[in-house]
Design a protein around this ligand. Structure first.
Ligand SMILES: NC(=O)c1ccc[n+]([C@@H]2O[C@H](COP(=O)([O-])OP(=O)(O)OC[C@H]3O[C@@H](n4cnc5c(N)ncnc54)[C@H](O)[C@@H]3O)[C@@H](O)[C@H]2O)c1
Length: 392
């Protein structure tokens, strides 16, 4: 039996591969990636702060630590023949689809990058879905990490996937409309609609994990060996806010809060993210389109900056917080309130990370790489804002 995991070279994908290999030791875990993320980060002039090993080195280290069921195939999921070959060869029982171009700012560099992002993400998903249909694999469970960004920024509490609509005395349940605020996030709205369609047309069992902003450096598995480390990006395009702030604090660059910092957004620690992906892999055979808000809860940007400032001070670092003009088009004071009860009770009953502990861990495990952060500190904010930040 095999489990296919796409995006296996990625920030979440590599630790998820190790976690799933441990969860299902009797099954072959087949990781797939085309190394695009390594190229994108190089293209925007940055590096992973934590040095990452080649796939061969990672697999050798994994083997030495007892993970003996992992294989890796390099290939582009936009290529239908490649996807079909994977299915013919492995006939996976579960597909965990994590491959995507996941950066909103990167998708907005130009029309060409917007096209690339939407084509890459939606074509990969369509190939994977139609591949299941055309290879008689409709009993396979399909899990995708979409994003909480699918919901946009509505002024009411966000449900866990579905909403009931009543009009003129008749009612129906539909999935919450895709109201994404970036070209990347919109690619995931398209994925959601296609996943839902595949479920309605073919009864494919689907788990749509609406993944929140994921932060942190390590998991139980990656912490076992430096060769098992996952990447950690901190640049304007690929560093998510918590990771970027932590890197700024360590490099002596001011923590750059966009606007007033009054926004609240949902988060999840890397360990909790991979634990819940492993739990989602147990939901085969439902015939349902299940949606879970994969978050441990909302946190304010100002609160994150404060927690980083406090923890960094305890480590003897001098930290400044600077409010800069928001380079993103978004509602500045939006408080994203999101239901996540089903997610917590069914997929993450033993939550491990809270934001304060997560930040402390991140700062401590990044500290050995301060020189890299200092060398690349002009990557924290976009070029047009760089000159306005007082670099110390
Ligand atoms: N990290 C977050 O905060 C976050 C939040 C919400 C959703 N997500 C989603 O979770 C998933 C994993 O995110 P991540 O942060 O690990 O991103 P990542 O970029 O580190 O991982 C994605 C991987 O997919 C690979 N990939 C992309 N296109 C491919 C293709 N056509 N063929 C083969 N491989 C391809 C990339 O090389 C990369 O290694 C993505 O789907 C992302 O949209 C992430």
């Amino acid at each position: 039996m095999a489990i296919l995991i796409t995006g296996a070279d990625g920030y979440i994908g590599w630790p998820a591969t190790l976690r799933v290999a441990r969860e299902f030791p009797e099954e072959r875990i087949v990781g797939v990636d085309n190394y695009a993320r390594r190229r994108w980060v190089e293209e925007v002039g940055s590096v992973s702060a934590v040095p990452i090993a080649s796939t061969n080195e990672r697999l050798k280290a994994a083997w030495e630590h007892g993970y003996r069921n992992i294989s890796f195939i390099e290939g582009d999921l936009c290529d239908r023949d490649f996807v079909n070959q994977l299915y013919v060869t492995y006939r996976p029982r579960i597909v965990l689809h994590l491959a995507a171009q996941p950066s909103a700012p990167y998708s907005e560099i130009s029309g060409e990058r917007a096209n690339y992002t939407q084509h890459n993400n939606t074509q990969s998903t369509r190939n994977l879905l139609w591949g299941l249909k055309e290879n008689n694999l409709l009993d396979t469970l399909f899990v995708e990490t979409t994003t909480t960004g699918v919901y946009g920024a509505p002024e009411f509490d966000i449900p866990e996937g579905y909403v009931e609509i009543e009009r003129n005395g008749r009612r129906d349940t539909v999935i919450f409309p895709g109201m994404a605020g970036s070209w990347y996030h919109m690619s995931k709205c398209q994925d959601v609609n296609n996943l839902w369609l595949a479920n309605r047309q073919w009864k494919l069992s689907v788990v749509d994990l609406r993944t929140a902003i994921t932060y942190g450096t390590t998991t139980d598995d990656t912490a076992k060996d430096a060769r098992l480390a996952t990447r950690f990006d901190f640049d304007f395009y690929f560093g998510v806010v918590v990771n970027r702030f932590a890197a700024q604090a360590l490099s002596g660059f001011p923590i750059t809060v966009y606007g007033k910092g009054a926004q609240k957004k949902p988060y999840i620690g890397l360990q909790d993210a991979v634990d819940s992906i492993a739990a989602a892999a147990h939901r085969q055979g439902t015939g349902k389109f299940e949606i879970f808000n994969q978050t441990s809860g909302p946190v304010g940007i100002g609160e994150i900056a404060e927690a980083i400032e406090n923890n960094a001070r305890e480590m003897g670092l001098r930290v400044e917080v600077e409010h800069i003009e928001n380079p993103r088009v978004e509602k500045e004071e939006h408080q994203m309130v999101m239901e996540n009860q089903r997610f917590i009770s069914e997929l993450l009953p033993n939550q491990r990370v809270d934001i304060d502990a997560g930040i402390r861990d991140t700062l401590e495990s990044l500290a050995p790489y301060r020189d890299t952060l200092i060398a690349y500190k002009d990557r924290f904010v976009p070029e047009q804002l760089l000159r306005r930040v007082a670099v110390s």
